[in-house]
Design a protein around this ligand. Structure first.
Ligand code: THU
Length: 134
């Protein structure tokens, strides 16, 4: 799937953003390795810290549906700035993002930035003594 198409999906998803406190809508479209796309939006909460970002919403939905391998994520937002995923979203992505995982972010004025995951989070927390069970 082209970056352009994935961005269009993220922009449509953005309309479902629940953001009454910031008024800042974010939409994400996550391309899974099986070719399916999972969308996510930011879901705010009156207890602000309970807010979930669009990127994490997309990842959590996809993981919940059994997806484990991902190619790229497109992110669109209602502001002019290019919406670079926050640190908490990058940390969640780091669990599943492979070497080639790509992030495509589009600002409101048409500015586009693409990154490899490792450009945004070059050094990942790891804990080698933990034996992963899956
Ligand atoms: N937000 C996202 O959806 N993704 C990010 O990577 C950063 C921030 C949302 C959370 C909140 O609803 C709004 O943007 C303002 O911070």
């Amino acid at each position: 799937m082209t970056n352009k198409k994935l961005l269009e999906i993220s922009k449509s998803a953005m309309e479902n953003s629940y953001s009454p406190y910031s008024g800042y809508k974010v939409g994400a479209a996550l391309l899974c390795s099986d070719g399916t796309v999972t969308t996510g939006v930011n879901v705010e909460n009156i207890s602000y810290g309970a807010t979930i970002c669009a990127e994490r919403a997309a990842f959590l939905k996809a993981i919940s549906e059994g997806k484990r391998n991902f190619s790229k994520i497109a992110v669109a937002a209602s502001g002019d700035e290019v919406p670079i995923p926050c640190g908490m979203c990058l940390q969640v992505m780091s669990e599943f993002a492979g070497e080639d995982f790509e992030i495509i972010a589009a600002g409101g004025k048409g500015e586009l930035k693409t990154f490899k995951f490792s450009q945004l989070l070059p050094n990942i927390f790891n804990f080698k003594s933990v034996e992963r069970k899956e």
